[in-house]
Design a protein around this ligand. Structure first.
Ligand code: GLN
Length: 486
C-alpha cells in the first residue's frame, strides 16, 4: 500500500478497496519503524489523524461527497500554522508555540479531506540548505543516512522519499522545495509567487516565500496544487482569480506538448558535477526524442542571484523576525534584569547561529547609509534577473538546468562554511527573485546511487504547462519510481 501514489490511494479509498484508517495506520507503523533513523518529523498526531481518517471512511461508506485528497495521509512543514499540535519553525524560540488558527493551505488540505499526520523538520525559520540548522532535531537522507536530505524543507522531502506520508507541503524562498526534492529523489514544485496563499506561513523572506508540494510524481504534484492554489483575501499578494485563474492541473496533464522549445544555458550546466551534468544531458535527449528543440541562451545576470538574494532575504528576515522578542511571541528568558534583557536575552537564547547571522546581515543592509548601497542595489539586480527570464521566455517555452550542482552532500560537510552552504542553491534562487514557477523532477542517480534532479521553469502563472512538461519526461522514464532501500 505504501508504494501507491496519492492519486492511486485516493482512488482505492473512494472505491472502498482500502480504508483511510488502514492507510493511516500503515503510515504510523512505518513511522514507528523508520522514523528513528530518518528523523523527518518534529511532531506527529496519531489520534487526530486516525479520527479524521475514520470520518472520511464513514462519509465514503455513506456515499457522501468527499474531497480530492480523501483519506490520504500527508505531512506539513512545521512553519505552517496548525491549530493542532505546536508550530515550531524548528526553533527553540517557538518550541512551545501553539497557533490559534490554521494556515490557508492547512484549511485547504483538510477541506479536501487529506489526513495530516504530522509536522516536518526544517532548517530553523527555513534558513538553510541541509536541514542541519534545525534547532530541534536532525533529519538524514533516506537514500544514505550519512548524507543530508537538503533543505530547508528536508523533513518533508525525507518523509515523502521514505514513504512516511503520501505527499507533503514545503516552502521555497530560494530553493527549499526543489533542492531537497532533488536530493531525496522526489518531485518538488515551487508555484508562481502569489499562486498559493501565504496566510499562516511563518514569514522568512515575504517577497520570495511560496508554498509548494513534494510528491512521488508529477501527477501527485498537480493534484496537490489543485487543492492549495487560488485566491485568498487574507494574503494581499495572493493573486485574484481574474488575473490568474487556477485551473484543473490534472485535466490536460497527460497531453504532451508538441514543438516544445527548451532554453538551456550551457555554462550553467557545465558548472555542475559531471554526474549531474550527464544526467541532465540525458534528460534533454529524452525531450529531443519527443520532438523538443533545444535553444542555447544566456542569462547574464543569473550569476548575481545569490548575492542579491542574501541581501534581500536577510533584510526581509530581519524585519519579519523582530516579533520574536519574548513579549509578542516565543521563548522568554527566565530572570531578566531589566526590559532590555527581556528582549536581548530571549532572542539570544532562542535563536540559533544561522538565524542570528541573518538578522545581523539584514539589519546592516537596511541601516541608514547602507540601504542604498546594498538593499536598493540588490533590488535593481533582482529586476535585471527578472528581465533575463522574460527574454528567455520570448525564445522558449521553458528553461531547463540542474536543481543543484551536486547530489546530497555529507552531514557536517558544509556546516562550518555558510558561504559553501549558500552555493547549494545557485540554480534555484533566481526563480524566487523573479517569481516564476519551477519544478524538480528526478532524472537519474550518481555512482553512489544518490538521486539527481532536473529543474524546469516556465513563465509566471503557467503551472499547467510546467506540470505537463514534467509529466512528459516522467511518462518516458522511470527515475521517479526508484525508491531508497530503507
Ligand atoms: N537555502 C536558502 C536560504 O537559506 C533558501 C532557503 C529556502 O528556500 N527557504 O535562504
Amino acid at each position: 500500500m505504501l508504494d501507491l501514489t496519492a492519486r492511486e490511494l485516493s482512488a482505492k479509498i473512494l472505491h472502498g478497496e482500502i480504508t483511510s484508517v488502514e492507510a493511516t495506520e500503515g503510515v504510523f507503523e512505518r513511522i514507528e519503524r523508520i522514523e528513528p533513523t530518518v528523523g523527518a518529523y518534529i511532531s506527529t498526531f496519531k489520534d487526530y489523524a486516525l479520527s479524521r481518517a475514520a470520518d472520511v471512511d464513514r462519509r465514503v461508506a455513506a456515499g457522501e461527497q468527499v474531497g480530492a485528497l480523501a483519506g490520504v495521509p500527508v505531512a506539513v512543514k512545521d512553519n505552517m500554522c496548525m491549530s493542532t499540535g505546536a508550530t515550531t519553525c524548528a526553533s527553540k524560540i517557538l518550541e512551545n508555540f501553539r497557533s490559534p488558527y490554521d494556515a490557508h493551505v492547512v484549511e485547504r488540505l483538510e477541506a479536501a479531506d487529506a489526513v495530516i499526520v504530522g509536522k516536518t523538520n526544517m532548517d530553523e525559520f527555513a534558513m538553510g540548505s541541509s536541514t542541519e540548522n534545525s534547532g530541534l532535531k536532525q533529519t538524514v537522507n533516506p537514500w544514505d543516512a550519512t548524507r543530508v536530505p537538503g533543505g530547508s524543507s528536508g523533513g518533508s522531502a525525507a518523509a515523502v522519499a521514505a514513504r512516511l506520508c503520501f505527499g507533503a507541503l514545503g516552502s521555497d524562498t530560494g530553493g527549499s522545495v526543489r533542492q531537497p526534492a532533488g536530493f531525496c529523489g522526489v518531485v518538488g514544485l515551487k508555484p508562481t509567487y502569489g499562486r498559493v496563499s501565504r496566510f499562516g506561513l511563518v514569514a522568512y523572506g515575504s517577497s520570495l516565500d511560496q508554498i509548494g508540494p513534494l510528491t512521488f510524481d508529477v501527477a501527485d504534484a498537480a493534484l496537490m496544487l489543485n487543492v492549495i492554489a487560488g485566491h485568498d483575501e487574507r494574503d494581499s499578494t495572493s493573486v485574484s482569480n481574474e488575473i490568474a485563474a487556477p485551473c484543473d492541473y490534472l485535466e490536460k496533464l497527460d497531453e504532451p506538448l508538441s514543438g516544445l522549445k527548451i532554453a538551456i544555458v550551457p555554462e550553467f550546466n557545465a558548472g555542475a558535477d559531471s554526474e549531474v551534468q550527464n544526467a541532465v544531458a540525458a534528460a534533454l535527449e529524452v525531450y529531443k526524442g519527443l520532438g523538443a528543440e533545444l535553444i542555447e541562451i544566456r542569462m547574464p545576470h543569473f550569476e548575481y542571484a545569490i548575492a542579491a538574494y542574501y541581501v534581500i532575504a536577510t533584510a526581509e528576515a530581519s524585519s519579519n523576525l523582530a516579533r520574536y522578542d519574548g513579549v509578542h511571541y516565543g521563548h522568554r528568558t527566565a530572570a531578566p534584569a531589566d526590559y532590555v534583557e527581556v528582549y536581548s536575552k530571549s532572542r539570544a537564547e532562542g535563536f540559533g547561529d544561522e538565524v542570528k547571522r541573518r538578522i545581523m546581515l539584514g539589519t546592516y543592509a537596511l541601516s541608514s547609509g547602507y540601504y542604498d548601497a546594498y538593499y536598493l542595489r540588490a533590488l535593481k539586480v533582482r529586476n535585471l534577473i527578472r528581465q533575463d527570464f522574460t527574454k528567455a521566455f520570448e525564445k522558449a517555452d521553458c528553461i531547463m538546468m540542474p536543481v543543484s550542482p551536486t547530489t546530497a552532500f555529507k552531514v557536517g560537510e558544509k556546516t562550518a562554511d555558510p558561504l559553501q552552504m549558500y552555493l547549494a542553491d545557485i540554480y534555484t534562487i533566481a526563480t524566487n527573485l523573479s517569481g516564476v514557477p519551477g519544478i524538480s523532477v528526478p532524472c537519474g542517480q550518481d555512482s553512489s546511487g544518490l538521486p539527481i534532479g532536473l529543474q524546469i521553469m516556465t513563465p509566471a502563472f503557467t503551472e499547467e504547462k510546467l506540470l505537463r512538461i514534467g509529466r512528459m519526461f516522467e511518462k518516458h522514464t522511470d527515475h521517479h519510481t526508484k525508491k531508497p532501500d530503507i
